[in-house]
Design a protein around this ligand. Sequence first.
Ligand code: OFO
Length: 165
Amino acid sequence: MLSKSIEAALNKQIRIEAESSQAYLAMAIWAEVKGLEGISNFMYSQSDEEREHMLKLVKFINERGGHAHVSALKAPSVTFSSYKAMFEKLLEHEIFVSESINELVHISLQEKDYATHNFLQWYVSEQIEEEAMARTILDKVKMIGDDKGGLYLFDRDIQQLTVSS
Ligand code: OFO
């Protein structure tokens, strides 16, 4: 059985994962409108993954006798000054999510809720992967600079980058 405070903290994380999904959907749409098809497809699948992360939390809360909540979401940014700015925002967001997961892990230990602690380890690993991926992408973007040919190849190749969900 989940304690009320753990249930509330997990529900907060549901909102954060849902907001991540919306933020990445907005990025996918922006990239699509700009004709960056590969980047757009990549962001659509990142958005889907964030929804999976949200659903995993929903199931966990309900299975442990809690009640998962769907709440109002903060509107994401829908335009970006450049695709580099968009990926900077992606890394910034992943760092924010990692901090939120770390805080959850901390609460679960404080309350000696080892089942929740164990469940959260999947999110800890996922965040390591996603932050690393966002950094790799940004390194490539910086290398490309204003080279149009480089952007063309990057847009084609980014579709091969995936993060396991
Ligand atoms: Fe939910 O995985 Fe990153 O944000």
